[in-house]
Ligand binder design. Structure first.
Ligand SMILES: Nc1ncnc2c1ncn2[C@@H]1O[C@H](COP(=O)(O)OP(=O)(O)OP(=O)(O)O)[C@@H](O)[C@H]1O
Ligand SMILES: [Mg+2]
Length: 400
């Protein structure tokens, strides 16, 4: 019996037409149910669109050279043109939550009813036919044009000097990891990025794991940022996770229900993003987030799922983390750098008797960035990067 599957891909580069789809170890059980002749539709999380269609030609196979995604499904793919998922939501029966339809796209592989499959398939084929008839010309050109458009879409941080280095800001709809030692400026950077959005029509959600919202509001006021005002206007939400974490009751309107499970977090974050139409999210910080889970494998799953949700809801997000002395990776769980489309490192170092700050862009997709350390300051109005002041220091001078 032919079965119908939906594959949700969260990779940036995967090409739905290539005919090979990859899965992590934990999908083995589901994959064992997939047989030759089964039909697969590919959904791309980053774009929130159905983008591929194919027939399974050779069950699943194991590729031990690919440690991250060892299981492969080979597809005979059909040429299609992507279709935005949102346009099909009303007709699809497996999407029961029509308002928060994107919550249904959070598993790498699952079976969908034939009738839904056929609807998506028809739309994909029609879309491809339509574009051919409209004479969209050379497909390569179309793809390059699309990439160019994406590159030019930036989420400005509002941090003087940083937008200059980044060519306008962070790439929109991406997750950026801001990492560094204690007191380096991670929280302030996140807040500043969020507020810049809020002031320019992009509502923001700040998930505070470390600091109590009241402390955050007070600290922000020192920079002249009146968080309460934006909260009252419904443009900003601070989610209190610091109180519940300590076991104390919180007076805050927004908090994550206990027990602190992945499902609760994901549900709450999603509800808030949908309620205020959030476009920017800051999770401060991931190490504090990780404390709630039994082991690191669980943390990894949580980070992946949270990241998928942020991307599929179209947000540009910052996750803060901390560098660990002597660790080769630059983040706490060793996965953040893989999910993040950009990494910003903030450091404090010693120069003579003074402590100074430096910022390095370690990775930034779609950006021609400079891999140098730039001086930055925390001044009266927040962070300011000095793009013309490149700094050098020995590891021994770094304060952790
Ligand atoms: N109003 C202010 N003016 C100048 N500097 C400030 C001001 N408020 C805080 N700072 C500096 O910013 C630092 C804290 O920044 P921030 O809270 O963003 O750091 P962090 O990297 O998030 O630290 P942690 O790892 O402890 O969470 C303080 O150590 C202080 O030196
Ligand atoms: Mg902090």
């Amino acid at each position: 019996m032919v079965r119908y599957w939906l594959h949700v891909a969260d990779c940036d580069e995967c090409d739905p037409e290539k005919g090979i789809i990859s899965f992590k170890e934990r999908w083995k059980d589901t994959l064992s149910k997939v047989g030759n002749g089964d039909q697969v539709i590919i959904y791309l999380t980053r774009k929130s669109e159905f983008a591929g269609l194919g027939t399974v030609i050779d069950g699943y196979s194991l590729d031990e050279r690919d440690a991250d995604n060892p299981y492969k499904l080979l597809l005979k793919s059909v040429k299609v043109k992507p279709v935005k998922a949102k346009s099909l939501v009303p007709q699809l029966s497996f999407i029961t939550n029509k308002k928060r339809w994107f919550v249904h796209f959070n598993k790498a592989l699952y079976e969908i009813p034939k009738v839904d499959f056929e609807q998506i398939k028809t739309a994909l084929i029609k879309s491809e036919k339509g574009s051919r008839e409209a004479g969209e010309g050379d497909e390569v050109d179309v793809r390059i044009e699309r990439l160019k458009r994406e590159i030019s879409t930036r989420a400005p941080t509002g941090i003087k000097g940083l937008d200059e280095i980044l060519g306008g800001g962070f790439p929109v709809n991406s997750t950026i990891l801001v990492t560094g030692g204690p007191g380096a400026g991670k929280t302030i950077l996140g807040l500043q990025f969020l507020l810049h959005g809020v002031k320019n029509g992009e509502n923001g959600v700040f998930i505070s794991m470390d600091e109590r919202p009241d402390d955050l509001r007070k600290e922000a006021l020192k920079f002249g940022w009146d968080l309460t005002k934006y909260e009252k206007e419904g443009k900003l939400v601070i989610v209190d996770v610091s109180y519940p974490r300590s076991g104390l009751p919180s007076q805050e309107k927004y908090q994550i229900d206990m027990p602190f499970t992945l499902d609760n977090i994901v549900r709450t974050v999603y509800e808030i993003i949908s309620d205020i139409d959030g476009k920017r999210v800051v999770i401060d910080s991931l190490p504090a987030f990780g404390l709630h889970f039994e082991d690191e494998a669980e943390v990894r799953i949580a980070i992946h799922r949270l990241n998928n949700l942020l991307l599929s809801s179209g947000c540009t997000s910052i996750i803060t983390s901390e560098i660990i002395p002597g660790n080769i990776g630059i983040s706490r769980f060793g996965v953040e750098e893989f999910i993040a489309r950009g990494i910003v490192l903030v450091e404090i170092y010693r120069e003579g008797k003074e402590y100074k700050r430096a910022m390095t862009i370690l990775k930034m997709r779609e950006t021609d960035y400079d891999l140098r350390r730039f001086a930055f300051i925390i001044g009266k109005t927040g962070l300011e990067v000095l793009p013309h002041k490149v700094v050098f220091f020995d590891e021994a001078a770094r304060l952790l």
